[in-house]
Design a protein around this ligand. Structure first.
Ligand SMILES: [Zn+2]
Length: 395
C-alpha cells in the first residue's frame, strides 16, 4: 500500500456513504452496507466520524423487520448553511439556505451591460455579505450559477455574452474574499440540479429543463446525471437554428432559438411594432408588466406572447425528437403567464415531434420557479463537498 492510499480509500468510501444517505433521505447502517458493498465495520466507523462532525444525525427508529428497530441516519440539513448566487444577464439573485435547500433569506440587485466584471463581482460580494448576516449556522460553501459557458472545475466563466465576460475567475475571486469553498456552474445546469435534487426531477432519470430568460438555455439529465459534453458546454440550445434566415444573433448565427423566443426577443418585437410607445410609459419595459397587460386583455401583446409560445413549441419538438425525454420542465418568464400559452406550445409539439415520443413526454412548469437556482446552488455545494469530504471537514 502506498503512502496516502489509505486516506484516499477513506475519502472515496465517505463520499459513497454520504451520497447514499442523501439519495435515500433516511437509511440504516445495515442498508448502507448492503447498497454500497462496504463492510458493516467500515460503515460504522465512517458514519461515527460524520456524526462527530455534525454532517449527519441519528434519527427516529426505522421499520423493524422482526428484530430490534434500526437507528436511521440522515443528513443534518439544519446543521449548516450555504449561499446560492445567480448571475443572470440583467440581475443578481443571492440566497442563504440550510442543507435541505430551505431558503432563509434572499437579496436581489440589478446589473447592466455597461458594468465591468469587477463591478459585477463587487455587487455579488456585497450581496453575499448581506445574506450572510442572516446565517443561523456555520456556512459550508457558496454555489454560483452564471449564464453562458462555464468551466466548472476551475470555476471560470469562459464566456457570458450578455455580460460581455470572457474568462472571469469567479471561484478564485470569491474564495479569496470569503475563505470558503466556492462551486460554479452554468445557470441552467444549476437550476436543473435544483429540480433533480429538490424539485420535479427527483424521481425522473431522463428529463430536460428549458429556461426562457433574457436568453434561452436548456439542460439534459440522462441516467440521473446532467449531460455535460466534452467541455461542460452541452445544451446551448438557445443558439440552435430555428429559422435559417431569421434575425442575426450575437453569436454570429441567424435565426437562433433565443432570437425568436426569450425576453430579449419579446422586448425587440415590442419595439419593432411600436408597442413600447403605445402601451408603456418610460424607457425600461419589464417582462412581467408585458404579461400583466396581455393577461388583462391587451390583444397585441398577447399575440406577441403567443408567437413566443409558437417558437417554444417548435424548439421543444426538436428537443423531444433529439433526446426522447420523459419530462420537460419549463422555467423562466413563461411560467408567469399561467397556463395560457400551453395550448400553443403543445400544438406545435404535436404537429412537429414524432408521435411515439410526444405521447410519452410530460411537459410541466417548474414547481420551484425562481428558487430552482437557489436550490441548485445547495446541490452544487453538497455535491462538491461530498466528492472530497475530508478535504473540507478535516480528519
Ligand atoms: Zn445565437
Amino acid at each position: 500500500m502506498q503512502i496516502g492510499s489509505f486516506s484516499l480509500i477513506k475519502e472515496l468510501n465517505t463520499s459513497v456513504i454520504l451520497n447514499t444517505i442523501r439519495d435515500n433521505k433516511s437509511i440504516s447502517r445495515a442498508e448502507i452496507a448492503k447498497i454500497t458493498g462496504l463492510t458493516p465495520a467500515t460503515v460504522t466507523n465512517i458514519t461515527g466520524e460524520l456524526i462527530l462532525k455534525h454532517l449527519i444525525v441519528e434519527t427516529t427508529l426505522g421499520k423493524s423487520s422482526g428484530g430490534r428497530k434500526p437507528v436511521m441516519l440522515e443528513l443534518n440539513t439544519k446543521g449548516f448553511n450555504t449561499v446560492g448566487v445567480f448571475i443572470g444577464s440583467k440581475y443578481i439573485d443571492i440566497s442563504i439556505s440550510d442543507l435541505g435547500a430551505n431558503i432563509i433569506d434572499t437579496t436581489f440587485s440589478e446589473i447592466n451591460d455597461s458594468m465591468t466584471s469587477e463591478e459585477v463581482i463587487a455587487k455579488v460580494i456585497g450581496g453575499i455579505k448581506k445574506v450572510m448576516k442572516k446565517a443561523n449556522k456555520k456556512i459550508l460553501g457558496i454555489g454560483v450559477g452564471v449564464h453562458g459557458l462555464v468551466r466548472s472545475k476551475e470555476g471560470v466563466s469562459v464566456l457570458a455574452p450578455n455580460l460581455g465576460w470572457e474568462n472571469v475567475r469567479i471561484k478564485d475571486l470569491l474564495e479569496s474574499e470569503f475563505k470558503l469553498p466556492v462551486f460554479v456552474d452554468n445557470d441552467v445546469k444549476t437550476m436543473t440540479l435544483g429540480e433533480k435534487w429538490f424539485g420535479a426531477g427527483r424521481d425522473a432519470d431522463d428529463f430536460v429543463m428549458l429556461y426562457t430568460g433574457y436568453g434561452i438555455g436548456a439542460s439534459l439529465v440522462t441516467n440521473g446525471q446532467i449531460y455535460r459534453g466534452a467541455l461542460n458546454y452541452a445544451c446551448e440550445i438557445g443558439h440552435t437554428t430555428i429559422e435559417a434566415e431569421g434575425p442575426l444573433c450575437s453569436c454570429g448565427n441567424r435565426g437562433c432559438f433565443q432570437m425568436l423566443a426569450s425576453e430579449f426577443a419579446l422586448l425587440q418585437q415590442i419595439k419593432e411594432n411600436g408597442y413600447d410607445k403605445k402601451y408603456f410609459d418610460g424607457e425600461k419595459i419589464d417582462v412581467e408588466e408585458v404579461i400583466d397587460k396581455a393577461l388583462a386583455g391587451n390583444e397585441d401583446l398577447m399575440a406577441l406572447l403567443k408567437k413566443q409560445a409558437y417558437y417554444i413549441g417548435v424548439g421543444l419538438a426538436n428537443i423531444i425528437n433529439t433526446f426522447n425525454p420523459s419530462m420537460i420542465i419549463l422555467n423562466g418568464f413563461i411560467i408567469k403567464t399561467g397556463g395560457i400559452l400551453m395550448p400553443e406550445i403543445l400544438k406545435q409539439v404535436q404537429l412537429r415531434s414524432l408521435k411515439y415520443m410526444q405521447s410519452e413526454v410530460n411537459i410541466i412548469f417548474s414547481p420551484l420557479g425562481r428558487d430552482a437556482v437557489f436550490k441548485g446552488a445547495v446541490s452544487l455545494v453538497l455535491s462538491g463537498i461530498f466528492e472530497n469530504p475530508w478535504h473540507f471537514f478535516g480528519e
